[in-house]
Write a protein that binds this ligand. Structure first.
Ligand SMILES: NC(=O)c1ccc[n+]([C@@H]2O[C@H](COP(=O)([O-])OP(=O)(O)OC[C@H]3O[C@@H](n4cnc5c(N)ncnc54)[C@H](OP(=O)(O)O)[C@@H]3O)[C@@H](O)[C@H]2O)c1
Length: 259
């Protein structure tokens, strides 16, 4: 069990980072609320968490469905006040294998899942956390939030929007007793990672990423951006001449298979 949290909710817990976070948070006396859409994969993660002593609630839901997110997350909060909620579910489209741009449908889907999925989680749980004067929220964005990349405009836009939304909410939480950590991972191994064809500098395991995120959440960090060389290069890029950065990012060509 990480961080001593007695109850946590994670979206997109059926695999990858979400599953690693769930396993790491699992322990005796912990109640986990896990969401995803793949029933078998979600059940396998739940089983691993139960084996570590946690009690688990599962919900098959699409994070784009705000009404259902409210219903399920508020139901779990009523059963036991949620101490930590992590908006992790995400998708990545990008350029097609023939090099043509992602379609409008894929662009919209990324905004709906990556941005609105996070907004739905916060909207569902923040009012009760505020009322209790206690709670932790984490939004999983990406280092792609810090600089638009030519091969994934929709993904970068959705993650940048989630980042800006999170900054706005976090700034308004001062003195409320609720903390929010904005998470910007670089590359880590997962189903999403495997679909990426191109350089993946400083790539780490999903378990390592989960450990770094939970350490940051435990200490109430405002930001968890890693690995630092990649995160800081991209975070500082707006102060460099724009055309120079455009030229540099054009060299980072990649494809996202199955997009
Ligand atoms: N992998 C990387 O290198 C990397 C780098 C930076 C940031 N990230 C971010 O980290 C997060 C986790 O990524 P990952 O690599 O672990 O991805 P992944 O292996 O593809 O897993 C994504 C998770 O999101 C869920 N999901 C996707 N669409 C959903 C929807 N509409 N409704 C509900 N759940 C949905 C999936 O569950 P179901 O399929 O069961 O619905 C799955 O559990 C994402 O936000 C991603 O953008 C990843």
């Amino acid at each position: 069990m990480a961080g001593g949290f007695r109850s946590a909710v994670i979206t997109g817990a059926s695999r990858g980072l979400g599953a690693a976070l769930a396993r790491r948070l699992a322990g005796p006396g912990v109640l986990l609320g896990l969401t995803g859409r793949d029933a078998a994969a979600l059940e396998a993660v739940a089983e691993a968490c139960r084996a570590r002593g946690a009690e688990v609630r599962l919900a098959l839901l699409d994070v784009r469905d705000g009404a259902r997110m409210m219903e399920v997350l508020r139901g779990w909060d009523a059963e036991r006040p949620v101490e930590l909620a992590i908006a992790n579910a995400g998708i990545a489209a990008g350029t097609r294998p023939d090099g043509s741009a992602e379609g409008l449908e894929a662009f919209r889907a990324q905004i709906e899942v990556n941005l609105m999925g996070g907004v739905h989680l916060v909207e569902a749980l923040l009012p009760a956390m505020r009322a209790r004067g206690r709670g932790r929220l984490a939004l999983v964005s990406s280092v792609a939030a810090f600089r638009g990349l030519p091969d994934s405009p929709g993904y970068c836009a959705s993650k940048a929007a989630l980042w800006a939304y999170g900054e706005a909410v976090r700034a308004g939480l001062a003195g409320s007793g609720v903390e929010m950590t904005l998470v910007a991972p670089g590359f880590f191994d997962s189903a999403m990672g495997e679909r990426w064809e191109g350089p993946r500098p400083f790539s780490i395991s999903a378990e390592d990423a989960a450990a770094r995120i939970l350490r940051a959440v435990e200490r109430g960090a405002a930001v968890a951006a890693f690995p630092w060389p990649l995160a800081w290069a991209l975070r500082l890029s707006p102060v460099a001449p724009a055309r120079l950065v455009d030229m540099l990012v054009r060299r980072v060509a990649f494809r996202i298979r199955g997009a």
